[in-house]
Write a protein that binds this ligand. Structure first.
Ligand SMILES: [Zn+2]
Length: 432
């Protein structure tokens, strides 16, 4: 059974988007059945969890039975530590990777070489659907479209130039002019800065065939900006360390197609599946991880299913990600929970602001900290006005700053909480 997901699986990846529902459905059902039996046999964490919930692993025949399995959180896996790793894989054959920890404490995951090959095959295929070819030159601005794997690079998949997004933006453009990449992949926030800088400098001498973004939620205001600079809207990819490339946007720009050959996605609210159009939390069951199976695992992103078929012809279901991570919601007085992306959309459209961050000072006091761009006092006044309109009863302040702190991967945190209650809570956690 495992052999299905070895070489025959890898060889089939380039063709699987053409597979029929019945054929792919059967492949997926067999895989999830195998995965649950494997987890119950070799992974102490899942063995105990299934026992606690009285689930006989042999009774899971496919995805129709999945709902009988318990939901798993990042915290549960973190606390399980190595008990969440397969005991039948020797230490020397495990590779470790960590979640970024930008929203939560990081989780360490273990993979086998085969797990990573399956993950890589799917990433490569997503890029190839966009028109990228292995001999193309690529440039990655922070976010990685393709795996940085030396074994793959030796096979010739190495014409990617990686740019450290913590370097000055002018240097990114110098690199771009020199590399002339056929594919440019970036964090949305980095691409935004790239576009501002490029627009200041004048039209680009070279345009890539593929412009894609990943690693962060792609805000809608980015498309007009990239249209100005590159003539196209960026294609969004959605991935996670826990499950590899999970979904990708097609050229119809109407939601992201779920990679059915690598993952099963559930969107749940209160533990129940939501209807199309209703928001819920994303849970994934990875079909590619075997050393550390990911089964009904809460990713922490919010999404909705897109109803109907996509005009591109691919039947794989589509999701729309929204409101960022469920933790990217600012709680304000009057029990209001405002998704930070709603506010970011207002600010992001402005040409007066290069980068920004919201600071919650109290439940009725929000500060927009920003790096200015050009001479545009009028536009700032407009933003201030719009934010006050969006947040009645809340004091909204604008605060100009120098360079905002970047995370190691070059991202700017969109929301930080400097309220007294939060700082007290953090201090308590430190002390305990
Ligand atoms: Zn499509």
């Amino acid at each position: 059974m495992k052999g299905d997901w070895g070489l025959p699986y890898l060889a089939g990846v380039p063709f699987r988007h053409r597979a029929s529902r019945a054929r792919l459905g059967a492949l997926r059902d067999r895989r999830v059945g195998w995965l649950v039996r494997h987890a119950a046999k070799h992974i102490p964490f899942y063995k105990e969890l299934l026992q606690q919930h009285n689930v006989n692993p042999r009774s899971i025949g496919g995805f129709q039975d999945l709902e009988r399995l318990p939901l798993v959180t990042r915290r549960m896996l973190r606390e399980a530590g190595e008990r969440a790793w397969a005991t039948d894989v020797p230490h020397s054959r495990r590779t470790l990777a960590s979640t970024s920890g930008s929203t939560d404490k990081p989780l360490t995951l273990a993979f086998s070489f085969e797990d990573r090959l399956r993950k890589h095959a799917i990433s490569l295929h997503c890029m190839s659907l966009y028109g990228w070819r292995p001999w193309h030159r690529g440039m990655a601005l922070g976010s990685q479209a393709l795996p940085r794997d030396h074994r793959l690079q030796r096979l010739g998949f190495s014409r990617w130039h990686w740019v450290d997004p913590t370097r000055p933006v002018s240097e990114w453009l110098e690199d771009y002019d020199r590399v002339r990449p056929q594919a440019l992949h970036a964090y949305p926030s980095a691409l935004r800065e790239f576009c501002f800088q490029a627009r200041e400098r004048g039209p680009l001498q070279w345009l890539p065939r593929v412009l894609s973004v990943g690693g962060e939620l792609c805000p809608e205001e980015l498309a007009p900006l990239t249209h100005d600079v590159f003539g196209v809207a960026p294609l969004s990819m959605y991935g996670a360390v826990e499950g590899g490339r999970l979904a990708f946007e097609c050229r119809e720009h109407a939601g992201l197609h779920v990679r059915l050959d690598g993952v099963h996605v559930e969107i749940l609210a209160g533990g129940q599946s939501v209807e199309a159009g209703q928001p819920g939390s994303v849970y994934i069951t990875s079909l590619i991880n075997t050393v550390m199976p990911i089964i009904r695992y809460e990713l922490g992103d919010l999404a909705t299913w897109v109803p109907g078929e996509c005009r591109c012809g691919l039947w794989w279901p589509r999701i729309v990600l929204h409101q960022g991570r469920s933790s990217d919601v600012v709680s304000l007085s009057g029990s209001r929970h405002v998704p930070i992306t709603n506010l970011a959309t207002i600010v992001g459209k402005s040409r007066a602001i290069r980068q920004f961050q919201f600071v919650r000072r109290a439940d009725n006091h929000l500060v927009l900290r920003y790096e200015p761009q050009g001479d545009t006092a009028e536009s700032l006044e407009q933003i201030h006005h719009q934010l006050r309109d969006a947040l009645p009863g809340i004091t909204v302040e604008l605060e100009m700053t120098g360079q905002l702190p970047r995370t190691r991967s070059g991202k700017v945190s969109r929301l930080i909480d400097e309220s007294e209650s939060n700082l007290r809570g953090a201090a308590k956690k430190e002390a305990s």
